[in-house]
Write a protein that binds this ligand. Sequence first.
Ligand code: APR
Ligand code: ZN
Ligand code: ZN
Length: 368
Amino acid sequence: MVKAAVLTGTGLPLEIRDDVEVEAPHAGEVKIRFGASGVCHSDVSMQNGTMFPNCPIVLGHEGAGVIEEVGEGVTNVTVGDHVVVSWVPQCGECFFCTRNEGYLCKKADASLASGGLLDGTPRFTSGGAPLHQMAATGSFSEVSIIPASGAVKIDDDVPMTVAALIGCGVLTGVGAAMNTADIKPGDTVAVVGCGGVGLNVIQGARIAGASRIIAVDMNETKLQMAKDFGATDVINASDGDPVGKVMGLTEERGADVAFEVIGLQQTIDQVITMTRRGGEVVLVGVPKMDAMVQIPAFLGLVLQGKTIKGCWYGSSNTHEDIPKLVRLYKSGELKLDELISRTIPLDEVNEAFDAMATGEVARSVIAY
Ligand code: APR
Ligand code: ZN
Ligand code: ZN
């Protein structure tokens, strides 16, 4: 039996249970003992009803650990391997995977909705009843079963706390800048929302060659961190309209590329407006189901020659991008240790949710 944090209903605190049973891996699956799990805003979005969880469910989708057992037919990892978990386990065979758009994998999507693995069923039980697992992961558990295609081998010397963050916030944020967007050297980029994901958009934009990076947040601590991650200008959105300020910094033109990394209607509207004619808007944050992209078709889009792109999982190919991010970390180009505001035991996960709400932390990381 293992310990795990379980969501039993919308709006409820997570229950720490120590009676969770984990089945052996089926064919094509692996057993992972987590070393660490980040606490990401999407975990909170499952709890507060922004997304629809299949309760009861073990949350957590930003994890790294060691392979303890492999199911039949698994060849990409072996027992003892250190791996980052990809919450989009690319099947490699569907329409999207075969077009190098694995982040849109059809099978992975189905497991996201079901709360199970690729066949739709979970491997956890508690008190005799099945427990679902978030995004084919469930990293708020000491041990889990995941699809082998969601396990990406990394070097043993990468700290688990750092490796965990690569699996969601880093891959999403850096990928938004390096894969989804088309940032050209010398570009001016605006990033609205400087949390765990937004800070990674900032460092991705820096690596992509942006010469000016305007960070927008409402929290001074985050704006200070944004500077440490590469922002050249910062705007506190609680001091008045950030759109006007971005215009003021860009000769009234707007940013070449603007990212929304929160998921709010208001900030989605803002990034569309603060992007220049011919520029690119990238929506990264996960909004509520009723949020809309609002833009006049002719005067706002056609005449402006603007592009609006949605970014899912950093448009990543996890099997290539995760090792690439590890290399960038090792070469010192990617700051990952600095993302970790606090390291906590699993029992303090509810406090980590509260800390995210106050906006003071970039990432809380559970260390097992
Ligand atoms: N204007 C500017 N900044 C804001 C505003 C606003 N109106 N509202 C919130 N913020 C800032 C917060 O201060 C915080 O720094 O947005 C940031 C959000 O960061 P986190 O809560 O750490 O969220 P993060 O984990 O980065 O995820 C951001 O990406 O993957 C998705 O589901 C995730 O939708 C979420 C988004
Ligand atoms: Zn996440
Ligand atoms: Zn696929």
